[in-house]
Design a protein around this ligand. Sequence first.
Ligand code: ATP
Ligand code: MG
Length: 239
Amino acid sequence: MSKIGVFDLAVRYGKLTAIANLSFQVAEGERVFISGPNGAGKSSLLLAIAGAVRAAHGRIEMDGEILSGLGSESVARRGLSMVPEGRRIFAGLTVMENLLVGTGLRRDRSAVGEDLEIVFDAFPILRERARANAGALSGGQQQMLAIARALMTNPKVMLVDEPSLGLAPKVVDDVYDRLCHLQQLRGLTLIIVEQSSTRAARVGGRMLLMRAGRIVADGDAAMFAADNLLTDAYFGDSA
Ligand SMILES: Nc1ncnc2c1ncn2[C@@H]1O[C@H](COP(=O)(O)OP(=O)(O)OP(=O)(O)O)[C@@H](O)[C@H]1O
Ligand SMILES: [Mg+2]
């Protein structure tokens, strides 16, 4: 289990400020949802934590070690894995090949087989379709593959960007059930971008509400879902 600290973070794309003076901390094993309207900076925040975009200012720490400036591969080696927006699986590779892609970075190669069993137990459909091309999977199955692939790097912290995007509500239930099960099993710290406060409340956890690159509210997800005014104002809720 690992904790994350974000201190006075800024991310800029040229003149555009995507993240402005943002700070928060995530405890070991905690589940934190990041919500907010399109363009609020949710993906930029995850990308900055994962080392995929540069911090213009501030710092990011994992268990007291500074991650900012390391680059995404070094961050991944330290046990932080990201499931990107839009899943980004390799459609032309098989399910099994997708699962093994990230394992080259691992020092404990011998545990790869065991971890395969764990993700196959959590997502039996991936075991069934192991030899199929990933591009032939349904949207929900591709999301499960993206999560499973991230788990195969043996992370302590996982960042998941909009796992519900484009999926039917029942499929989203299924994805979250399995993700939460794996979180418990592996003692993961989870940061999940989720537009729907209703969904976040149902899954359970803390929620940070972002707007224009800043955190404007921080609390139990259930509290946000109960407040319909907030929900209507920020989400155009779909759950
Ligand atoms: N690579 C980029 N180059 C330039 N501007 C970018 C880039 N990525 C994001 N932006 C801009 O930064 C701001 C934050 O974008 P970001 O994708 O982080 O928001 P988001 O909250 O994830 O939005 P969405 O809900 O649409 O996924 C937006 O104004 C966006 O247009
Ligand atoms: Mg986004």
